[in-house]
Design a protein around this ligand. Structure first.
Ligand SMILES: [Zn+2]
Ligand SMILES: [Zn+2]
Length: 328
């Protein structure tokens, strides 16, 4: 579906866009991001077609090969950037941010983001930013790096009280040397573009400018769209584009353009394609505009109050650790 959309949108006819064939995830990276016991479990399920990864993540024959290639695609993109072949990549299959060292779940088998970070740490990168705007908290990714200041993770997501994976509270700010490098901002049900933009402008630029990342891995948050059936935020593709433009500019400002985009979630076929079109437009420089959208609600006073309170909580907890002062 994504390939058809990208074909029909004309992105592939542009001289600065190419398709890169993905390599499967290497054994070395796989064994660093997952326990042998879990790897064996995935293999067994894949061979027999029996058993599940988790309650919402069914097993099937061939799961192993599928997971290796979809996860390997992200690392292939990272390597294409390291080789200087491209400065940005987008992979429609990446962003398995719920998989952790011992388990999969939430439609995620292996954690391609963790594998990519390991690849970058091996290459000597010291400041890697994971900008996770998927509507679900990136609990798997957070679990790998929350003690490591070489990785800053900023996750914007729906209130974990309501939504899977029920983690990602504001007070989870990282531990030990990683304290202050894990930032969780969550939103109440029905939060739309206006409050989201407010939170973004307050939190993201100061943190990114402080951190001066060398490489950015970005999940755009297609499933935060108001038509997405799995979550309850109220964004349009205007906001998705706004975030993508900021992240893309930041990659050029701080990282020499080094930006990897992985889809993450997105469960409405139209809005998923529109989001991809907007993000592809931002990173390729070619025109695309999603159709006009009319979200069902405007942000009301209650929503504003909760979001202002949450933003202030993040600022109070994290900003002093980096000598940052909120702008009032
Ligand atoms: Zn998601
Ligand atoms: Zn660019």
């Amino acid at each position: 579906m994504v390939r058809d959309f990208i074909d029909s949108s004309g992105f592939l006819e542009k001289p600065n866009v190419e398709i890169i064939k993905p390599n499967p995830l290497s054994k070395d990276l796989l064994e660093r991001i997952h326990s042998l016991e879990y790897i064996q479990k995935v293999k067994r399920i894949s061979e027999t077609g029996e058993g599940d990864i988790d309650i919402d993540t069914p097993g099937f024959k061939g799961l192993w090969e599928n997971a290796l290639i979809t996860n390997g695609a992200t690392v292939t993109g990272v390597e294409a950037i390291l080789e200087g072949r491209v400065n940005h990549f987008y992979t429609p299959t990446g962003g398995f941010h719920h998989a952790n060292y011992n388990t999969g779940g939430g439609f995620c088998i292996f954690n391609d983001i963790a594998a990519s970070v390991h690849r970058l740490l091996d290459a000597g990168f010291k400041r890697i930013l994971i900008a996770d705007f998927d509507v679900h908290h990136g609990n798997g990714t957070q679990s790998y790096f929350d003690k490591d200041p070489r990785v800053m993770m900023i996750s914007f997501h729906e209130d974990p009280e309501w939504l899977y994976p029920h983690e990602g509270y504001i007070h989870e700010i990282g531990e030990g040397p990683g304290k202050g490098y894990n930032i969780n901002m969550h939103f109440p049900l029905d939060a739309g573009d206006a409050v989201y933009r407010y939170a973004f402008d307050r939190l993201v630029p100061p943190l990114v400018n402080f951190y001066r990342p060398e490489f950015i891995l970005f999940l755009p948050g297609f499933d935060a769209h108001y038509r997405d059936p799995l979550a309850h935020l109220n964004l349009t593709t205007h906001m998705i584009r706004y975030v993508a433009e900021y992240i893309h500019n930041a990659a050029h400002k701080w990282c020499g353009g080094k930006l990897g985009v992985v889809s993450g979630g997105g469960y409405h076929p139209d809005t998923f394609r529109w989001g991809i079109g907007e993000v592809m437009s931002v990173i390729t420089g070619h025109e695309y505009s999603a159709p006009t959208q009319n979200p069902p609600f405007e942000d009301d006073e209650e929503t504003w109050e909760i979001v202002r309170k949450n933003v202030k909580e993040v600022e109070d907890l994290v900003f002093p650790l980096h000598n940052l002062v909120p702008h009032d």
